[in-house]
Structures are given as C-alpha cells and as structure tokens.
Design a protein around this ligand. Structure first.
Ligand SMILES: [Zn+2]
Ligand SMILES: [Zn+2]
Length: 250
C-alpha cells in the first residue's frame, strides 16, 4: 500500500511522517478533519448557522442508524477524522480553535483551558454556545450557556437551543448519546433508541429554522463487552460524520 497520503500514528502523535517500525495505525489523510470546521464556519458567516454537535456519534454508528432516523437522513454527510486522542476535550478544542492538539495542547480530560482564539472570538455575528450542565473547556470569550436540569440534560439543552435560535451562530453540544453508548455499548438498542429520539426532537424543534444546519460529532465509540469506550486509534473511535443541511428561503 502507498504510504504517502496516509496519516500515521507514532509515538503518541498523529503525523504524516513515516517511521515504519513505529506505525501502529493509519487512516486516509484525505478525510476532512475537525480542525477544518472553524474556517468552513467562518467562510459562511453571512448565513445563519446552527451546529448540532452530538457527542460520541461515530461515522459507522450514524450510518447504521440512518434507516431509522429520517431527519438525519436529510443531511448531506461526509466521513471525517476525529482528533488524536479521540476524546471530547481534544476534539472540541480542535473544532473551536481550528488547530490540532500539537498546537492547542488540550490532550486529556484534565486539560480544560483553551488559550487560542476560537470561532466565538472571530465570528462576525452574534454567537451562542449551549453546553450541558458541566463546562468542558474554558475559552477567552464566553458565549456559553449552561442550562441546568438534573433529570434530563439533553431535554434542557434542546429547550435552551429552541429559546436562542435568534443568534447568528449557534453551537449546541448534546451529550446524552455518548453517555448511553458508554453504559450500554454503541450498538445497543438503547443507543439506537436515543438517536431516534434525538432525530425526532430535532426534526420538530428545527422545522421552521432557516440557514445552514451542521451535524457533527467529536469521536465515535467501540464496544468493550456490554459497555462502550473511546480514546483508541481505531476506525470506530476516529471516524466521525460532518453533515450539512441547508434550509432555504432566508
Ligand atoms: Zn465526546
Ligand atoms: Zn465519552
């Protein structure tokens, strides 16, 4: 196999350098990367944009569930590459800063202070970032809203999204699917049902929204017994969807 044109993982870092004996994995480098999202969002800033960030939704998980998710099926979706490591903090930092982990230095769950300028600093319109009950990363400019609801955080996040649809750039982090995948495994009935529920809720809540709606994720999950986990160099964790749907008549 031709090695150039592939991303190589060696010595704890992803790079395109080739050191044969340290190679433990390779993934097609021509895939979109999460750190490319920021420049894409900036290039469409004359439009209203809503980003639906569903935590833990790998490419293969979405593909397997699409026949039961009519709303997500309307998105034009491509396979993209997560960050290394494929964990929430690192991937979120890559999306928001447009840099990879060698630059933003968010490499573990303990790293929470993002020092680089983010999409919220640079976007020319009004931004809102709707997060669950717990803040993942601290950024320079706070566009953050944390709805608090002990019972069902996704419901609270979706209600908060609905109340803030007048912003120009709306970034919504939906956590519950990742939690269900950890608990029951990504191929479980419970995980599929959670995605079907989200599909129905979003379809209803966003039926009258004009502009560009993005469907993205930070990483996937692989099964470990009857649980799910992520953070490994494998397709299940590393491949994520980047989807786009344009609602016209602005
Ligand atoms: Zn995550
Ligand atoms: Zn997780």
């Amino acid at each position: 196999m031709e090695k150039s044109g592939w991303i190589i993982y060696h010595d704890g870092e992803i790079s395109d350098q080739i050191k044969e004996k340290e190679i433990i994995g390779e993934i097609d480098q021509k895939l979109l990367r999460l750190d490319e999202l920021k420049s894409m969002w900036l290039s469409y800033s004359e439009k209203k944009q809503l980003v639906l960030y569903i935590d833990g939704l790998g490419w293969h998980q979405l593909k397997a569930s699409l026949p039961q998710c009519p709303y997500f099926s309307t998105f034009n979706t491509a396979c993209a590459l997560s960050s290394w490591p494929p964990i929430t903090n690192t991937a979120l930092a890559s999306m928001l800063s447009g840099a990879d982990a060698s630059v933003h230095q968010i490499k573990s769950h303990a790293d929470r202070s993002l020092k680089l300028s983010t999409i919220f600093d640079e976007y020319p319109g009004r931004c809102v970032y709707i997060e669950g009950e717990r803040t993942i990363l601290y950024t320079q400019q706070s566009a953050l809203l944390n709805p608090r609801d002990e019972k069902d955080s996704d419901q609270a996040v979706l209600s908060c999204m609905r109340e803030n649809l007048d912003y120009d750039f709306i970034f919504v982090h939906i956590h519950g699917y990742d939690d269900v995948c950890h608990h029951y495994s990504p191929q479980s009935r419970q995980a599929i049902d959670k995605l079907i529920w989200l599909d129905g809720q979003l379809s209803q809540l966003l039926s009258d929204v004009k502009g560009m709606i993005w469907l993205i994720s930070d990483h996937g999950q692989h099964a470990n017994g009857d649980k799910g986990e992520h953070g490994s160099f494998c397709e299940a964790d590393m491949l994520v969807p980047i989807g786009l749907r344009v609602n016209e008549n602005e």
